[in-house]
Design a protein around this ligand. Structure first.
Ligand code: NAP
Length: 263
């Protein structure tokens, strides 16, 4: 039996085991996907090997340390410098980032987008800003503090902290901060958010499974919106495709994984 897992801290809330095990069951693949709580990210590679895993997902806060521990990093993950999917290939640990392409699939339903404002400057903001740039959508970063803005400046991406930011017109407002995840906070001051929403075409919160204060404000504004469920699904579909080395088509994996959202 092939073994897979998700690494993170915290990890108890993760839907990934249900999502991937639903696919394995539907496709008749002899595999099992579990959760691994990992507080020290530097141990990731050793734990992966000692558990005899064939592949894994990596979530907050270990995506950057996973990147550093791979034998090879492929695709957009090289630019993002963060990895959310690991696959063992001939004894070598290969890293990918499926958050980026998963997000791009999730926003197709908003129609044509010219530019987007990303709230937050963490690992997810990095992945999404690079993916948007590849998709010819101009990203701008807005974060509460300046400490993490260097990465974006080096990539030539507009990046500001709250001080020194002037609201402009952005088609899509994206929340990648953890504000609202375990508190009742908005990701930016309310007057600024309302001004941005009044000029936007849509908004998305990458947090899933709960109505954040950000989502509540968007609902009131009447704009088209999404939470992070579609992104979660799409990054999972792409990861599963990599886990099974492309043996099963995406079109077979997606409905099986989608089914797990109704369980
Ligand atoms: N739907 C999906 O498939 C999916 C995929 C990936 C991630 N996510 C979600 O995305 C979120 C962020 O993940 P990440 O890896 O990017 O986290 P991260 O690297 O820890 O970054 C968190 C960001 O949020 C900001 N922040 C935290 N609390 C805030 C607050 N109260 N007000 C304003 N800003 C705040 C931080 O600002 P400072 O720099 O000032 O600290 C930082 O920019 C998590 O909730 C994660 O679950 C969802």
């Amino acid at each position: 039996m092939k073994l897979f897992s998700i690494f993170g801290d915290p990890i108890a809330h993760s839907r990934s085991p249900l999502m991937h095990n639903s696919v394995f069951k539907a496709l008749g693949v002899c595999a099992c996907y579990s959760r691994t709580h990992l507080s020290d990210g530097s141990q990731l590679r050793d734990v992966f090997i000692s558990k005899g895993l064939s592949g894994a997902n990596v979530t907050v806060p270990h995506k950057e340390s996973a990147y550093a521990q791979c034998d090879e990093v492929r695709g957009i993950a090289k630019e993002i410098q963060a990895v959310n999917t690991l696959v063992l290939e001939k004894g070598r640990l290969i890293g990918y980032n499926t958050d980026a392409d998963g997000f791009m699939s999730a926003i197709q339903s908003f129609g044509p987008i010219r530019n987007a404002l990303i709230l937050g400057a963490g690992g997810t903001a990095r992945a999404l800003s690079i993916a948007l740039t590849h998709g010819e959508i101009t990203p701008t970063i807005l974060n509460r503090s300046s400490g993490r803005l260097d990465f974006f400046h080096k990539e030539g991406i507009y990046a500001y902290c709250w001080d020194g930011f002037t609201a402009a017109e952005y088609d899509l407002i994206i929340n990648t901060t953890s504000a609202g995840l375990s508190d009742n906070e908005l990701p930016i001051p309310r007057p600024l958010l309302l001004e941005l929403l009044s000029r936007a075409k849509g908004a998305i919160d990458v947090i899933y499974g709960k109505e954040t204060p950000f989502l509540r404000e968007i609902k009131v504004s009447g704009l088209p919106y999404k939470d992070g469920s579609d992104m979660l699904l799409e990054q999972g579909v792409l990861a599963n495709h990599l886990f099974l080395h492309g043996e099963y088509p995406i079109d077979k994996i997606r409905p099986a994984m989608q089914h797990s959202f109704s369980l």
